[in-house]
Design a protein around this ligand. Structure first.
Ligand SMILES: [Zn+2]
Length: 278
């Protein structure tokens, strides 16, 4: 980290102050984001709303607007109020996959309870012809990762022979994630062109992230998607980057401030997020 001092026109200084207040962000953060965009130098920072421990305990109230989320990243995943659908953020657009299977673009003023996004820029990229199982896909990502101790974003673009996804139904307030996941819808797509949006989080991040791999799918025509339980690829380009900075925005809702989040969420997360047949 380097420290600089510089002179700004009054109008820019005022705009900077307004943005810091609106986003509840530091001067360092807003200036770094602006310089990163202006100079074309990506900042590999993860921006997260709420924590996985809060989700596990059934805290699904809206915390942050989608427009704010998209100012921090163009690639990522998350969920919606009452767990009503799966979120895919791809190329700067936030999509909602509903439990009916329908995909819609989410308006900027909507509040969301949990999401993780980054500005995706590929540090590495390679083509693969066939990936015969989710396990094989995971092995390929493992080979591309140089560390177990930083975060990674993975993007798979191409043709998938099969993608099995799940989409959560809306649940009553306070329903724990584990029981919410037992009422999910499952979809099986065949011969689909599309993108897997993936994140890998280190084990030590388990109380605020979903540890290990977490993938959501969106078809090329933006008509199908969901949280990936299983998939097979025919031909894909895999790209990704590592991230060693994280910005976590904690909800200020009464429910979050009063909740008991001391329980280790890992066992419930594994049960809610993985394929139930494997
Ligand atoms: Zn998911």
């Amino acid at each position: 980290m380097k420290k600089i001092t510089c002179n700004l026109p009054d109008s820019l200084h005022e705009a900077l102050m307004e943005r810091m207040t609106a986003d509840q962000s530091s001067c360092d953060h807003v200036v770094s984001m602006a310089l990163s965009q202006c100079l074309g130098k990506p900042l590999h920072t993860l921006f997260q709303v709420s924590t996985s421990a809060a989700l596990v305990e059934g805290l699904y109230q809206g915390a942050v607007q989608v427009s704010r989320l998209l100012r921090h990243g163009d690639f990522g995943l998350g969920t919606f109020i009452s767990l009503d659908g799966e979120m895919v953020v791809l190329d700067g657009v936030c999509y909602r996959v509903a439990s009916t299977g329908a995909v819609t673009v989410v308006e900027g003023n909507q509040l969301i309870p949990y999401a993780v996004v980054t500005r995706f820029r590929a540090d590495f990229s390679e083509k693969r012809h066939q990936l015969n199982s989710f396990q094989e896909l995971v092995r390929v990502c493992d080979e591309l990762r140089e560390s177990n101790n930083v975060f990674y974003a993975f993007r798979f673009d191409g043709t998938f022979s099969q993608v099995k996804t799940r989409v959560m139904h809306a649940v009553a307030e306070g329903t724990r994630l584990k029981s919410a996941a037992s009422g999910q819808e499952e979809f099986l797509f065949e011969e689909q062109q599309g993108t897997l949006v993936g994140l890998w989080s280190p084990g030590f991040a388990g109380s605020f992230s979903v540890p290990g791999y977490h993938f959501h799918f969106l078809s090329k025509d933006r008509q199908r998607g969901g949280h990936v339980l299983d998939c097979k690829a025919l031909s894909v380009t895999i790209s990704g980057c590592s991230m060693n900075e994280m910005h976590v925005s904690l909800p200020e809702t009464e429910e979050f401030l009063k909740a008991d989040l001391t329980r280790d969420p890992n066992a419930d997360l594994i049960s809610a997020e993985r394929n139930h047949e494997s």
